[in-house]
Design a protein around this ligand. Structure first.
Ligand code: NAD
Length: 471
């Protein structure tokens, strides 16, 4: 049992004013493995005051001074890769291979922020005016459970690179990972108040951040419903808002695609992070002329995917993060059948050989784009294959969604695939690859979000242009 009894305010680990204890679970066994004492409104006020007090000093630091601090952060976070991996597998249930990537990503993303800062021009000339990119103020950073350390480090490193100070509210469900990151950041000897971490409930601590007049900007990653609430509740103080929300991403397999290459890529996109990924390719569009062939290939390939114990090297899909998430996935699988979708593989219940834990059978339906399983984000390894008539129909289906975060196009002719990709309404489209490009902007259109993270676009989101005209 690990009991986490502190939050981090003004350069110190402190006991929260809040007294609620929240239980932490191992999703593979359903056992309680720890507790976290949650911050409350008083703690949130203190953290915001500390970040406000630190802002003047930090916003006036030079590029070189910020780079030196970010390099210390990078070193301290990189040194905790193994501890993070252990927490990610135990507390989140990620399979080892995915967990290793998730444990390395937090340090990688700090390195990327350093690179962006090194190249960033804070001052530009526009005619007779000097345009100075100025840090926006105290940033409220609100993050989800599905890549805790990665989201904290990305948002914090970018905010600090821009000259902002921060109050971070991570998910209460990933407190062990947060604790490791906090210890690393403390060791990096960052000036007091520049970052503050207050693990607490969204409707308690989160809502103080949403409404507080001393928070100038919110960067949020999480569900579309909470994202809309943040826009509403932050409107009174006209906060700058960056939202990274949900998705229902299409994987468009063109009629000239090589089935041997397309099926593994489509499944890797769909089952990424055990299906608990905002960018998961959960709608697989296949040409009707080749439907039977693809049905057979997907059924066979999914039959080989091992779901269950995250500590087994062969496991590709780990358990869902919580009982609630497991139940939600089960409900959608039942709904798919009730809606008349054809169950190609998978179904309700735990995978064979798994008596306990929140494991799910990797599931693929064949259906159409108006079904709820094709329109709503499930956040589990449940995919729907949708047959289409021709390229125009494929595009119409791909774009007929409230979301627009990610998409993939798979085809034998790259030029043709790129032409299709250009017509998909989405913040990002991958053509014949799943490789992430960290230098490029990341974010969604439509209800998948607002604004962009990563690279210079991510930095600009923490800055405002100040025009100085000298007569
Ligand atoms: P969530 O929206 O329930 O929670 C995200 C964070 O918001 C948590 O820290 C939560 O405590 C907090 N929160 C809840 N209510 C709040 C409120 N009223 N005010 C302020 N904060 C509040 O999402 P989740 O279940 O933790 O994560 C899953 C969701 O995140 C999925 O919808 C997924 O698509 C999305 N997501 C998006 C991206 C992206 O980059 N676009 C990445 C990962 C996850």
């Amino acid at each position: 049992m690990q009991n986490i009894d502190n939050i981090y305010i003004n350069g110190e680990f402190v006991t929260p004013h809040g007294e609620e204890r929240f239980e932490l679970f191992n999703p593979a066994t359903e056992e309680v493995i720890g507790t976290v004492r949650l911050a409350d409104e008083v703690d949130a006020e203190r953290a915001i005051a500390a970040a406000k007090a630190a802002f003047t000093g930090w916003s006036r630091t030079t590029k070189d001074e910020r780079i030196a601090v970010l390099k210390r952060m990078h070193k301290a976070v990189a040194a905790r890769e193994d501890a993070l991996l252990e927490a990610i597998v135990t507390e989140y249930g990620a399979p080892q291979s995915r967990g290793r990537w998730m444990a390395q990503y937090p340090a990688d993303v700090i390195a990327q922020a350093i690179e962006t800062l090194e190249e960033f021009e804070f001052v530009e000339q526009a005619g007779s005016a000097q345009v100075i990119m100025t840090p926006v103020g105290v940033a409220g950073l609100i993050t989800p459970w599905n890549s805790d350390a990665g989201f904290i480090c990305n948002k914090l490193a970018t905010a600090m690179a821009a000259g902002c100070t921060a109050v971070i509210k991570p998910s209460e469900m990933s407190a062990m990972q947060t604790q490791i990151v906090t210890e690393a950041l403390h060791e990096a000897n960052i000036p007091a108040g520049v970052f503050n971490i207050i693990t607490g409930r969204g409707e308690v601590v989160g809502d103080v951040i949403n409404r507080h007049p001393d928070i100038a900007k919110i960067s949020f990653t999480g569900s579309t419903a909470v994202g809309k609430h943040i826009v509403e509740s932050s409107a009174a103080s006209l906060k700058r808002v960056t939202l990274e929300l949900g998705g229902k991403s299409p994987t468009v397999i063109l009629d000239d695609a090589d089935i041997e290459k397309a099926v593994p890529l489509a499944l890797a996109a769909g089952f990424m992070n055990s299906g608990q990924a905002c960018i998961a390719g959960t709608r697989i569009l296949v040409p009707r002329s080749r439907q039977a062939e693809f049905e057979q290939a997907f059924a066979h390939a999914v039959g080989q995917v091992q779901s269950g114990d995250p500590r087994d090297d062969k496991t590709e899909i780990g358990p869902m993060v919580s009982r609630k998430q497991w139940q939600r996935v089960q409900d959608y699988i039942r709904l798919g059948t009730e809606e008349g979708a054809k169950l190609l593989v998978g179904g309700e219940g735990r995978p064979a050989g798994m008596a306990q834990g929140w494991g799910v059978k990797p599931t693929v339906f064949v259906g159409h784009n108006q079904m709820r399983i094709a329109r709503e984000e499930i956040f589990g390894p449940v995919l729907v294959m949708i047959p289409y008539e021709d390229d125009a129909d494929a595009l119409a289906i791909a774009n007929d969604t409230n979301y627009g975060l990610n998409a993939m196009v798979l085809g034998g002719n790259t030029e043709r695939a790129v032409r299709i990709a250009q017509q998909i309404e989405s913040g990002r489209v991958m053509v014949n690859t799943l490789a992430h490009e960290p230098k490029a902007p990341f974010g969604g259109v439509k209800q998948s979000g607002l604004g962009r993270e990563m690279g210079k676009w991510g930095m600009q989101a923490y800055l405002e242009a100040k025009t100085v005209v000298v007569g």
